[in-house]
Structure formats: structure tokens, C-alpha cells
Design a protein around this ligand. Structure first.
Ligand code: ATP
Ligand code: PAU
Ligand code: K
Length: 256
């Protein structure tokens, strides 16, 4: 009954094979590749993997990228399925003006987050933060309703925008400091605190909306570990939030 979960972001494709399509299933294999190398998956990373029985993926990259991944999936006898954001799924209600326009990664991560909220005890609001190519900060209330969220540039995009938009900024890596006193530290600190500032702001919005109840703050994405140490609030770093969401969706669909 093994299940393949795939997350195609704007920079990398991440995949994980699970023993079954159930939350908490054992991971049999996993990996990540840059989008430049996705045409080699079938002859490299996936070549010696036991054939998965089913798959579910989430894509925010282009149609062309999705098609190239589907070609690689021809290695096995499976139907490629990709999550499309919908008005409701697996206990989460989508409050976006146009639910289908919500990034599938955000939707799936929120469904994963909702599972973690309910697994930890009584229902409570949650803030779902994804720190990848772009950064998103999404709010879910106690009832599992997605209220809305922020999109901002990731660290890499912020620095590249500054480099190309100014004459005097180069972007060597600096350190995060309270009072940066050189250009490198000022840029690195500015990027990091832009992200933590957005998270703090959204946490305040959500707390005010929730009669003061403290939200569970869940951080995910390739660069989450770099930002998390500067976040002045209780939080959890969960690398697998999108995969957890894909497992929740798949198990809910099988149960219907
Ligand atoms: N180990 C690292 N060292 C330096 N920068 C990193 C590292 N990991 C991630 N980054 C930076 O963080 C950003 C997002 O990284 P990454 O591609 O790992 O995230 P992701 O969650 O896989 O993104 P996406 O899902 O959008 O593809 C990039 O701009 C990248 O430059
Ligand atoms: C915001 C990103 C790039 C984050 O990966 C992705 O979720 C996306 O392309 N979203 C579509 C637009 C939206 O979510 O409103
Ligand atoms: K992502």
C-alpha cells in the first residue's frame, strides 16, 4: 500500500515514500532535488525504489514542470494526482475569495497543520508559516477555517531584488544582529527580521480575532531552520508539514 507524496515548489521538488497513505505512516524513502534536475528522477533517485501503489502531489511550479514530473512517474503504473485548492477538504474550510486560487502548497500545509493541532489536544487557532522561495503566513481559526494569509519574498528573492535594484549593494552573507553595523549584516538581518516581523504581526491579528487565545505556530520550508531561532514566540519547526497534509488528504479521500 506504499504511497508517494510529492511537493513541487518554485526551487526544489521534495518527495517522500510512506508505507501507507495514513498520517504517521513510516517513511520508506525520501529526497529533494532542484527543479533543474527533475528529468533525471526516474533514472537516478527513483530508479531502485519499490513501486509506490498510489501518489498525491502538490505543485506551485509551472504546468511544464508538472508535466515533466509526470513523465518521470511513468516509471510506475500509477495515476498522477495533484491537489487543487478547494472550498473545503479534510476538515479545513477555505476562506480565500477564490478558493481555487490559493497556492496548493499553502492549502496542503494548512491541512497538515490542522492535523497537528487536533493531535495535540483541544482545537485552537494555528499560524502556518512556510519559508521557502517565497514566505507565506496563514491563519486558521479554532474551527479549522482558513481566515487569510500573507505572501512575502523569501530571503533569496529579497537579497537578489536589492542587488539588482541598487548601485551600492552586493549580497555577501552576513549575520543576524540587533544593530547591524556593516552592509552584509544589515542585509541578512533585514531579510530575517522582515520575515519574523510578518509572523509576529499575523500572530497578533490571529490572537485578536481569537479572543486572546494563543495560536499554535508551525514553521516549515527549506529555510525555516534559519529563521526560527530569531522568532520570539513559542513555535514548532515541522519539516514535513506538506507531506503530513498530503497524507491527511489521501487518508480522508480513501475513507469517504
Ligand atoms: N542551506 C541553505 N543555505 C542557504 N540558503 C538556503 C538554504 N536552504 C534554503 N536556502 C534559501 O532559502 C530559500 C528557499 O530554500 P529551499 O529551496 O530549500 O526552500 P523550499 O521550501 O524547498 O522552497 P520551495 O518549496 O519554494 O521550492 C532559497 O532562497 C534558498 O536560497
Ligand atoms: C505563494 C506561493 C509562491 C508560495 O509557495 C504559492 O503558494 C503560490 O504560487 N500561490 C498562488 C497565489 C496565492 O496563494 O494566492
Ligand atoms: K514550498
Amino acid at each position: 500500500m506504499s504511497f508517494l507524496a510529492i511537493d513541487i515548489g518554485n526551487t526544489r521538488l521534495k518527495w517522500a515514500q510512506y508505507a501507507s497513505p495514513q498520517p504517521g505512516a513510516a517513511v520508506l524513502a525520501h529526497g529533494a532535488v532542484f527543479l533543474e534536475t527533475i528529468d533525471e528522477l526516474a533514472e537516478k533517485e527513483w530508479r531502485d525504489m519499490a513501486a509506490p501503489r498510489s501518489m498525491l502531489g502538490c505543485v506551485v511550479a509551472t504546468e511544464a514542470v508538472r508535466r515533466r514530473v509526470e513523465e518521470q512517474l511513468e516509471l510506475w503504473d500509477l495515476t498522477p494526482r495533484w491537489v487543487v485548492s478547494s472550498p473545503r477538504e479534510a476538515g479545513v474550510v477555505n476562506g480565500y475569495d477564490h478558493p481555487a486560487r490559493l497556492g496548493a502548497d499553502r492549502w496542503v500545509a494548512m491541512i497538515g497543520a490542522r492535523g497537528h493541532v487536533l493531535a495535540r489536544g483541544p482545537a485552537r487557532p494555528a499560524l502556518v508559516v512556510m519559508i521557502g522561495t517565497a514566505v507565506t503566513v496563514d491563519a486558521i481559526d479554532r474551527d479549522g477555517h482558513f481566515l487569510g494569509g500573507l505572501i512575502l519574498p523569501g530571503h533569496g528573492i529579497m537579497l537578489r531584488a536589492l542587488e539588482s535594484g541598487t548601485a551600492g549593494l552586493r549580497v555577501p552573507t552576513g549575520e543576524v544582529m540587533p544593530f547591524p553595523a556593516n552592509t552584509s549584516d544589515a542585509l541578512t538581518s533585514g531579510g530575517t527580521y522582515a520575515i519574523t516581523g510578518a509572523i509576529e504581526r499575523m500572530r497578533r491579528h490571529l490572537r485578536e480575532r481569537s479572543q486572546g487565545e494563543e495560536p499554535l505556530v508551525l514553521i516549515t520550508g527549506g529555510a525555516g531552520w534559519k529563521v526560527a531561532p530569531y522568532l520570539d514566540m513559542p513555535h514548532e519547526l515541522l519539516e514535513s508539514l506538506i507531506f503530513d497534509g498530503l497524507l491527511n488528504i489521501q487518508s480522508h479521500r480513501l475513507a469517504l
